[in-house]
Design a protein around this ligand. Sequence first.
Ligand SMILES: [Zn+2]
Length: 405
Amino acid sequence: MFLKLSITATKNFFIDGSNEPTDNLLGNTAPQYPMFTVQCEDYQCSFTGGETMAALKETEDGAVTRFREYLRIPSVHPDVNYDECVSFLTRQASSLGLPIQVHQLVKNKPIVVITWEGTNPTLPTILLNSHMDVVPVYREKWTKDPFNAEKDEHGNIYGRGSQDMKCVGIQYLEAIRKLQKEGVKLRRTVHISFMPDEEIGGKDGMRKFVNTSDFFELNIGVSLDEGVANPMEELLLFYAERSSWSVEVHCSGTPGHGTLFHEDTSGEKLQIILDRFMTYRQQQKDIMETKPHPIFSLGEVTSLNLTQMKSTLVPPDLVLVFDVRVAIDQDHQELEELMQSWCLEAGPGVTLTFAQKDPNFGITELEGNNPWWAAFKGACNEMEVNLRPMICPGVTDARYIRQAS
Ligand SMILES: [Zn+2]
């Protein structure tokens, strides 16, 4: 489509998601903008010689426009300000005619729940969960502004959080919008939750929320949460997550002048620790190599990586930090005892502490008589959607919900 426009009020126009206001739309209607959209609702403007505003708006589906609006909110770590997300979601709830609740268990960490009541609200409900926060950006690595939701001529939209996981949050709302339009009424109540701080472990978000009466009053029967994008013709479905451990091994030793050969040094102990942890890592890697797929099978082994080495002067300590993701069938006590035995081997003054030690969160049963799974799988089969159930190699808020169940 090629539009010819002239504009009488030329102030603060944004073309195709650009954050540069322009007063010269005519100069920008060249063929490189065959599908451009104009945002000018807040400003006085008129068009002549071209399409009407309504026609212009038709160039983009409203769902896409709302998704891009959500992407433009820089809810990015560290120190996320969630205010704009809350007001955006409040507007969405009101446009859907649905009640919204904002819980503040920790200051500036809002938990947003929008509710679509079913015809039988006493039945266990469906929770559609997503998180509002996004991981930090290295702007120099980006070819687009990460918070401008730019759309290219092929319809690709660029922005931090577009996959993880603002698209999912928007899809929940837009699915309800569509069902409402079709006059569909569901038997069960659906809650749509938007959480803070998932990307930093959900400590002030879902982890706290699952222990509140507000959460239990939601009466959740089943919950859907984030997955991961797959370019192949199947949807990856996580039914379990590995447990995340942050293990710190402190190696203390004899202090003394750097010119001498001291006995019992922290460096010698560190060498043993590093060797034992890295040997274990290699064993897990070898198991991984026997698996059919390098990503899909990652959740079936324990991964282990050295992430930090630090030292303290008083007492003279060398500290190794390992990021460990424990496979779901690995006995936690057994693994901890193994690590403790390596510390003993390394010598006196070697101790192990946990900066983080997730329990085993259990799995969602996909076999047997899980009625939720049967219904979900049945619906997917009907729609000819192929599912690949797998263990999530990372961690998400779903682990807290799974634990609460
Ligand atoms: Zn995520």
